[in-house]
Design a binder for this molecule. Sequence first.
Ligand SMILES: [Zn+2]
Length: 319
Amino acid sequence: MDYSRIVDRLITRQRRDWDEAGRNYAALDSVATRSLSLGESTVVLQFNPERRRSSAAAIDRKSLARRQCFLCAENQPVKQKAVLWGDRYKIQVNPYPIFKRHLTIADLRHVPQRLSGRVGDMLSLARSLPGFVVFYNGPCCGASAPDHAHFQAGAKGEMPLCDELAHATTHLLADGDEGFIGYVDQLGRSLFTIETSTQRAAERFALRLLDLLPVPEGGDEPMVNVLCWWDATDRLWHMVVFPRRKHRPACYGEGEGKLLLSPASVDMGGLWAVPERKDFDALTPKMVQALYDELCMNRKELSLVFSGFTHYWENLQPI
Ligand SMILES: [Zn+2]
């Protein structure tokens, strides 16, 4: 079912009736941005002080146990409304937006952030929200509520990577009648791209990939950021998986010589919401490239994954 109209109405009403959301969305209309060129990829910096609460979120076990979960209904402001999606999720307006239309889609229950058992949900959500890119941040890859399962969704057209992918050289790992999974490293960070005509095929490729990615010690799932969207024109599902090796960069923090950045899916998509003015002014293409290099797994580290697909690393086949 297409949720576009229901969600449009929700956004309009929340902007009008919920002062905090209204104020933050209005501020986004005049937000300062700056573009950086990373060779064949562009990164857009957005100076967004409201995102401090996400970038600076304490996500250690103790801090999480102490705070009231902002995705649980009982802790949310009365003015924050929700639309039910299926019988497991609620769609809400994100009151601290990076996108002109920014949603949070949370499980109705307070259960840990895991992708396991939810890949199909993510693809279905993308189909329900054709105007959005749905994204998932792993519990150690930028999610500010790692204790409460959720996706987010942002209006299409704002993350440069989604368009850049169409022109990037893709090394084919496996394909079939219904689509393919490939690897791209030309855009400054390693990623896997899935493009299929059926939801089932996309899910199959994604599950195989997640199965092959390493799980960090003490973790429950591979460290990943994931973008997913459905293209109404060519009627294709798209999924992009960024394997991560690190949660926050070594320079993470506040003050001199530090950067208050906790990169997640949207940053991987080429849109960096920067809460500190000094960081927004200081970032250069070289610094952003160094952050991608530090946080993302590289071609060499991923060679085991390649060999897990039909084609072997040495025989990667560009398309
Ligand atoms: Zn919760």
